[in-house]
Write a protein that binds this ligand. Structure first.
Ligand SMILES: Nc1ncnc2c1ncn2[C@@H]1O[C@H](COP(=O)(O)OP(=O)(O)O)[C@@H](O)[C@H]1O
Ligand SMILES: [Mg+2]
Length: 364
């Protein structure tokens, strides 16, 4: 023990701390905490919080550093997010935590600061709880869809295999061949749908590599022009400096393509689609921080896709990311485009925002 240790006894430091301090198991089970953390979670005292043995900090504990561009996953992370309280309500918090080892056991040591009182006006609070509700809904639907998709994939593989088998064994000129080909095509379409569902639920196969978002967009120039057609003017703007992200190249291409296809659909009579990729820094105040307060400070790769199309009504905008939500006629829209984009962005710890008004185009 050093002299300093005896001047400020650590229990006092912990008890008097304005931050909620905690030790938890890697899966979020609370091992120890101070009174402030207990208060944040909605308990009267530390003892009460610790006594509820099953208490999980899961909602707020996310490993890795919140989406900073090009960052390797470090053992220490700082992030802004939500803490779910005992009564189910959510508080906006800044938390920082680190993974350590004590007596051969892996433990998470962290601190949580309540941002709700200092930062949130009533409006902002409502906005945030709406955001949380949306995230929870996406999570639930995604999990459900992902669970079903796994089983479906297996069943579809059986259908595809047997159909191919029968087609091979059957005389080539048999009139049934045409019907079998139809079955096969439908099963293939279904398999590609379930693959998308797995991406939505973040269970898709991904191969993360460090890549430059600008290269991804640059490489898609031809495909994008072909996809949006001649009536739409395409403008691509790439930032001057490295725009590195740790992500799956195919998934990023899918994000760009899904957004571009939606833009095309919204511009039946032509218009302008602009795609911008650049590295940005979100500070602790001012600038980008004020425009996007939910995004923790750090370096990010930013992708902006905007169009001059029909735009969305409030109703459509609030539901746009929902899996299977579509305003397009049957056979045209699957309602999985934006849900897939959302799933991919979240898989890589990114953030997504949507601005749209009827008649004023859309910006994602
Ligand atoms: N760029 C856009 N402009 C206008 N509306 C859009 C745009 N992108 C998405 N939407 C709306 O959001 C809905 C959901 O989009 P999405 O998830 O991609 O599914 P889908 O394109 O299959 O309908 C669309 O049906 C459309 O109403
Ligand atoms: Mg779409």
């Amino acid at each position: 023990m050093t002299a300093r240790d005896s001047v400020v006894p650590s229990p006092l430091l912990a008890a008097g701390s304005p931050a909620g301090l905690y030790v938890a198991s890697p899966d979020g089970r609370l091992v120890d905490c101070n009174d402030e953390l207990a208060r944040l979670l909605g308990y009267g005292s530390r003892e009460e919080a610790l006594a509820s043995a099953e208490l999980l900090l899961g909602g707020c504990l996310a490993s890795g550093a919140g989406g900073a561009a090009g960052a390797k996953a470090p053992s220490t992370s700082a992030n802004e997010g939500f803490l779910t309280r005992r009564d189910g309500s959510a508080v906006r918090v800044m938390r920082t935590e680190t993974l350590t080892e004590a007596r051969g056991e892996r433990l998470v040591v962290g601190a949580i600061v309540d941002l709700s009182s200092s930062r949130c006006t009533e409006d902002r609070r409502r906005e945030l709880s709406e955001e949380l509700r949306q995230a929870q809904k996406m999570e639930a639907v995604g999990r459900l869809a992902g669970g079903i998709a796994h089983d479906y994939n297996n069943l579809l593989a059986i259908i595809l295999n047997y159909t191919s088998l029968v087609m091979e064994e059957l005389d080539e000129r048999s009139p049934v061949q045409k019907d079998l080909a139809e079955i096969k095509r439908a099963a293939q379409r279904a398999a590609s749908l379930t693959r998308q569902l797995l991406t939505v639920s973040r269970r898709g196969l991904a191969q993360p590599v460090v890549l430059d978002l600008r290269d991804v967009v640059r490489g898609m120039d031809g495909a994008l022009r072909a996809a949006v057609g001649g009536a739409v003017e395409l403008a691509i703007a790439l930032g001057p400096s490295g725009c590195r992200v740790l992500a799956d190249a195919g998934q990023l291409e899918q994000v760009v393509m899904n957004l571009a296809l939606n833009a095309r659909d919204a511009m039946q009579d032509g218009g302008r689609l602009s795609i911008e990729a650049r590295a940005v820094r979100v500070g602790a105040a001012g600038g980008l921080h004020d425009a996007h307060p939910a995004i923790p400070p750090g370096r990010y790769a930013r992708l902006v896709v905007s169009d001059t199309g029909s735009g969305m009504s409030d109703d459509v905008r609030t539901r746009a990311f929902e899996p299977f939500f579509t305003t397009k006629p049957r056979g045209k829209g699957t309602g999985l485009g934006l849900a897939t984009v959302y799933g991919i962005v979240k898989q890589w710890r990114g953030y997504i925002e949507l601005a749209s008004q009827p008649g004023e185009g859309t910006r994602v």
